[in-house]
Write a protein that binds this ligand. Structure first.
Ligand code: C2O
Ligand code: CU
Ligand code: CU
Length: 571
């Protein structure tokens, strides 16, 4: 009897183990096309692993949220509805847009409200993403599953013979890692024990026997992934964060690898022509990462412990299936002709450091890493940058750890790493750069358009833990001269009509001038219900969704920083 029991237990263990080894089909997020995009953040239950369902927060019901397809040159309109328990923000990572639409820590979306930013897409074709960015809450809300990809298309990319059938030969991969507690709930830790791709654990996918494009995002809280394939096959890098590189960069040799850090994106081409029925995997070769690169740390226990630390592991198992009709079977020789700025008007020096040795007394534990010798303070603006200025940012790290530095609003070009020209696969538009220990990275960028002294953009370490702990700063892009035109020194005055109103509310300006305005609607308890950057006044404001009651509408003149508030009644 005893023997039989232990045999049953043994069998159970095996089956358990087998199910732990089985693969799940990679989830390919739905796509949304414009010009209007509706995103709803809410908590949902997901059967991620056998046993209890996992409570996740997600956009439109899935981790990973829908992929937004934008076309360069078009105006896009977002409606972000927050059905979460908590306030959130949604940041459009990599986009060049007005600061008030950026979705950083300042553009809060309280529970039960809709935030409706819009802008004209000016970024190049490439892979971007959106994610929560609430001050000190980024790690928590990312961990819960909020986030999604953005794919921008443009005419240059469209003219190339590249794979672009979404989910077939053009496969989005948002890579992250998660920890689960014993009741299958996410635990907020810097390094997870399980890899998730597009929200799928132990993912596998069937790819066609032709050239396949992978659009890869490191969506992790902290981990960098040293990407490569199980069979060490070569691959081609075709983009950096902000679009195509000039020519595909062949990654070959005995063990081709590509280091991707939190927030960074890369698109690669892999040739699977003639390989039908074979299998291979995308892996992280993190056993070869040094300890001071995120993901290279090996801690058996403590807050940074992870089964994946300093090891090699599978990210996605690939089964090569039949070729599709009209397959892409060759790699283009050349992709685009980027023009990067060469002459800067100004050089700005930034420091990345460990608080120990810089702050006195040092802050130990949390707040261990800082930018420019101070912790983030939401009321402190680090830089006032005149619009249309080209700047070199010189980042010098004295930190004992590598940090993926990210800047909002702009794409930059890396001029040098420790005085050396960057590798060919970094010679493109970027918005995240991994600054390693004792490294100096210089990049050049131009701050154009959308001068607005009222709304800051952020720069920060994209390790969500570091960002939350204060490794972040902010800048505003303003008019070169702060002189105020006397003609417009009066507060803008306006009337609201009809008032009371039931579906549309119109604003009539006394002196429309040439200022730009944005509209904020608050309820009687001061909660922001709506924020409409640069509304099209002539169309009126849609107040259908407001509950009956009294509200306050504030008109902010973004140019002359004037504000005026008027009440109205919604019937
Ligand atoms: Cu992707 Cu400020 O972040
Ligand atoms: Cu960003
Ligand atoms: Cu950092």
């Amino acid at each position: 009897m005893k023997i039989l029991l232990s045999y049953v237990v043994f069998l159970l263990l095996i089956t358990n183990n087998l199910s732990a080894q089985s693969y799940n089909t990679l989830w390919i997020p739905d796509t949304l096309s414009g010009p209007t995009y509706n995103l709803i953040a809410r908590d949902t239950f997901k059967q991620l692993t056998p046993g209890n369902q996992t409570i996740t927060s997600a956009f439109n019901g899935n981790i990973w949220g829908p992929t937004l397809i934008f076309r360069k040159g078009e105006e896009v309109q977002m409606n972000v509805t927050n059905h979460l328990q908590d306030t959130t923000t949604v940041h459009w990572h990599g986009m060049h847009l007005p600061a008030v639409m950026d979705g950083g820590p300042h553009q809060k979306v309280p529970p039960g409200t809709i935030w409706s930013p819009y802008w004209k897409v000016t970024n190049n074709a490439g892979l971007y993403w959106y994610h929560p960015h609430l001050d000190m809450m980024a790690q928590k809300q990312l961990t819960e599953g909020l986030g999604g990809l953005i794919i921008i298309r443009d005419s240059i990319e469209a003219s190339l013979n590249l794979p672009r059938t979404y989910g077939v030969d053009d496969i989005p991969l948002a890579i992250t890692d998660r920890d689960f507690n014993t009741s299958n709930q996410f635990v907020e830790v810097p390094y997870g024990d399980s890899i998730m791709v597009n929200g799928t654990l132990r993912a596998e996918y069937t790819v066609p026997a032709q050239v396949v494009r992978f659009r890869i995002l490191d969506a992790a809280i902290e981990t960098s992934y040293r990407l490569g394939f199980s069979d060490n096959r070569p691959f081609y890098v075709i983009t950096t964060d902000g679009g195509l590189v000039n020519d595909p960069v062949l990654m070959s040799g005995a063990a081709p690898r590509f280091l991707l850090s939190a927030g960074e994106r890369v698109e690669i081409l892999v040739n699977c022509t003639g390989q039908e029925t074979s299998t291979f995997s995308l892996k992280a070769f993190n056993s070869t990462l040094p300890q001071n690169i995120p993901g290279g740390e090996h801690f058996p226990n403590g807050p940074f412990a992870s089964f994946l630390g300093h090891t090699d592991y599978t990210i996605l198992k690939m089964n090569v299936g039949p070729q599709t009709a009209n397959p892409v079977t060759s790699i283009p020789k050349s992709l685009t002709n980027n023009v990067f700025p060469t002459k800067a008007d100004f050089t700005r020096v930034l420091t990345l450091s460990d608080s120990m040795g810089v702050l006195n007394p040092p802050i130990l534990g949390p707040n261990a890493f800082i930018l420019n010798n101070h912790l983030f303070n939401i009321n402190y603006i680090d830089y006032n940058i005149p619009v249309n200025r080209t700047e070199i940012w010189e980042l010098t790290s004295t930190s004992g750890f590598a940090h993926p530095f990210h800047i909002h609003d702009v794409q930059f070009y890396i001029l040098s790493r420790n005085g050396q020209t960057p590798q060919p696969f970094e010679q493109g538009w970027k918005d995240v750069v991994l600054v390693k220990t004792k490294e100096t990275v210089r990049f050049i960028t131009r701050f154009s358009d959308y001068a607005d002294e009222l709304h800051p953009f952020m720069f920060h370490c994209h390790i969500a833990l570091h960002e939350d702990e204060g490794m972040m700063g902010q800048f505003v892009v303003g008019e070169p001269s702060t002189a105020i035109n006397e003609q417009h020194s009066e507060k803008p005055d306006f009337i609201l009509y009809p008032n009371p109103a039931c579906d549309k509310l119109f604003i009539e300006m006394n002196d429309p001038g040439n200022s730009e305005y944005y509209v904020t609607i608050k309820n009687v308890s001061g909660r922001t219900i709506f924020m409409l950057p640069q509304p099209k006044m002539e169309h009126g404001i849609d107040i259908n969704k407001l509950l009956p009651g009294t509200y306050f509408l504030t008109l902010t003149d973004t140019k002359y920083k004037k504000q005026i508030t008027k009440p109205f009644i919604k019937l």
